[in-house]
Design a protein around this ligand. Sequence first.
Ligand code: ZN
Ligand code: ZN
Length: 341
Amino acid sequence: MFCVECGKEGEIYKNGVCVECYLKNHSFTSGPKLIDIGYCSHCNSYKYKNTWFLEPFEDVLKKWIFHSFQISKELTNIEIEPKCQEFPDGIHCHILIKGMLDKNQISESHDVIVYLKKSVCDVCSKRFGGYYEAIIQVRANNRSLSKSELLAIQTNVENEVNAMHHRGDRALFITDIGIERGGIDFFLSEKSAALAIVKKLQKQNGGELKISSRNVGMKDSRQVYRMTYLLRFPAYKKDDFISHRGTYYYITSISSNKLHVIELSTLKENILDSKNNDEIKILGGRELIKKMILVSEQGEEIQIMHPETFQIIEIKKPKNISIKDKMVKVVNIEGNYFLLE
Ligand SMILES: [Zn+2]
Ligand SMILES: [Zn+2]
């Protein structure tokens, strides 16, 4: 068969012409020269149709190109490759649209100018309006949270919100943080995220979680509830010395239902069940630790001297502990002296 266009002998693609002639005389894509895209400068999100996306500009532009360009149904495996540069009159974009026509690679280019229309996105306008669905309250039993605890909790919650935001939850934000009566409050825009965060805090720190809700009225003919997640840490904390059923311990870490401790008489690690909180007596924190002078060491006995009273104290040395220093760390609990590592 001969191509009616170029006269070459060979396979006819369509309408009596060879594939080269068919491609030469056809264009497969066309579209507008100008595109307006909504942009929120507060959070760098872009609007596509009625939805805001926290995505790179070129990803949102691809959606717009796909939507506003006519792309021939004959093409398969369509790819859109924008290359953009900002100018005072708008963003100049060179758009390459690629696709397959049977076994032939088609690639057509278009120049488009994009105007960013500045506005405030749905999430930012909620944030500026002080919107929140849930409060996380962190407190401790019978004590105030220490400055370092408050700081650790705040860093933890902020990191968690940022990570969730990063994973695509763009509607999540912290409206407000307040230091309140010995604890800290976080006002969050999403109750499901707030619950996930408070549960993680509980897993890491232990404590009891109390959930309550408050009806705050109607919205779109539905009742709206605001949640309060109150997490109460135990009275004891990491680095505290405690007694439990007549044995003395030092707390190295706390998780939801376990206390990781060092037993002071043996310096061995142990795990206590934090369900029996009533049996735990708090004796103090690291302020109980004193540096004392090593006087002598004989078998399992060591003698140390109190640096202020010069009193000589004898301690039974825990097994397998070798003392290298002239100064040793000692803790005095209820009249009993214990050597620390
Ligand atoms: Zn031809
Ligand atoms: Zn925004």
